[in-house]
Ligand binder design. Structure first.
Ligand code: ACO
Ligand code: OAA
Ligand code: MG
Length: 299
């Protein structure tokens, strides 16, 4: 299994694949993933230039462990097949399909990846896929999209295009995105996949940004698409377990193991009732803390 399928992706930062000032060293900000964009950040008459710049960035820059996702143009455009060839030739880590509407879209991308992998001698399975859902149809088909391919690690809501399709707009209240967020996280979890929230474009409203990140964390999301380095610290703070949470999770894991051996099913930890149902959540907190580099215990 490709270990990247389940890697930590709290922050996934977009940047224009054509802009040298952005692609040369984004790893200094330490996002979990960068998303080199060939789609909407690149003007229609600059697609070739962006692919050329992307290829050289992938080949020559050491991104120091930051995941290199490339957002390709949608399947309704003339660009996506050539985008995939460049992604594979440059050996990116993952491909983000924009405007995904169905399982067939994912399978079409995978088939095109296979062709390019044969052409460039790249092992099938080494490059993963994620799907951006940007329309009502895409959101309605979230489960079939999430289960379309074993190479697909998750889906992401793309709120700008989605709200256009819904015939509303981003209001800042979250009301217009509520249904999509809820149905996507349920679909992704039912499929055993990760789920990511859409960008927050008002760079000066850090309080609003924090509130949104806190809300999507509570809903169960794994992370958020972001557009600027100043959004990274808050995202990581919210998505990294606190010391208090880690200590409690450790106690739960150890106590459940200990009590199970003694034949005890229900007991208390720090005044809270605990039984086996709390075990997976506590384990997940420890795994998240390990992946985020903040775990110092012995589990
Ligand atoms: C709806 C959608 O489709 S979203 C996806 C497509 N959109 C994008 O890709 C946009 C990504 N973001 C950006 O291009 C920029 O952040 C902008 C245009 C929004 C704002 O740019 P700026 O006003 O220059 O931002 P800011 O002043 O905060 O930049 C500070 C530093 O961070 C760098 N930076 C800003 N955004 C990014 C980014 N996304 N990735 C890497 N570095 C970045 C700047 O180059 C600058 O570096 P410097 O200090 O060495 O000069
Ligand atoms: O994926 C995102 O969040 C950005 C995007 O394309 C959209 O909002 O339409
Ligand atoms: Mg979009």
């Amino acid at each position: 299994m490709n270990p990247n399928l389940t890697r930590l992706r709290r922050s996934m930062m977009f940047l224009n694949a054509q802009k040298p000032s952005l692609i040369k060293d984004p790893y200094i900000y330490k996002p979990d993933s960068i998303m080199l964009d060939l789609e909407d950040a690149v003007a229609e008459n600059q697609k070739d230039a962006a692919r050329y710049s992307l290829y050289h960035a992938l080949k020559e820059i050491d991104y120091r462990g930051v995941e290199r996702v490339v957002r390709i143009n949608g399947l309704e455009t003339p660009h996506w097949k050539e985008d995939i060839r460049v992604c594979v030739a440059g050996r990116c880590d993952s491909i983000r399909i924009s405007k995904t509407e169905s399982a067939a879209d994912v399978l079409a991308v995978e088939a095109e990846m296979k062709k390019a992998e044969e052409e460039f001698g790249v092992e099938h399975g080494s490059i993963l896929i994620m799907a951006a859902l940007e329309s009502c149809k895409g959101v309605m088909n979230a489960y079939e999209i999430c289960t379309a391919s074993p190479l697909l690690f998750g889906c992401a809501l793309s709120g700008g295009d989605y709200t256009k399709d819904l015939q509303t707009k981003i209001t800042g209240t979250g009301v217009e995105l509520m249904g999509a967020r809820q149905s996507m996280i349920i679909a992704a979890r039912a499929a055993g996949k990760q789920c990511f929230d859409t960008v927050f474009t008002n760079l000066d409203d850090m309080e609003g940004f924090r509130k949104e990140v806190e809300m999507i964390k509570m809903m169960g999301f794994d992370g958020k698409s972001i557009v600027n380095p100043r959004q990274i610290a808050v995202t990581h703070e919210v998505f990294t377990p606190t010391e208090k949470e880690i200590i409690f999770a450790e106690k739960v894991v150890k106590e459940v193991d200990d009590k199970k051996a003694k034949g005890i099913g229900v007991f208390t930890v720090d005044g809270k009732m605990i039984d086996i149902a709390f075990y997976p959540g506590a384990k997940r907190t420890i795994e998240m803390a390990k992946a985020a580099g903040v775990y110092e215990g012995d589990l």
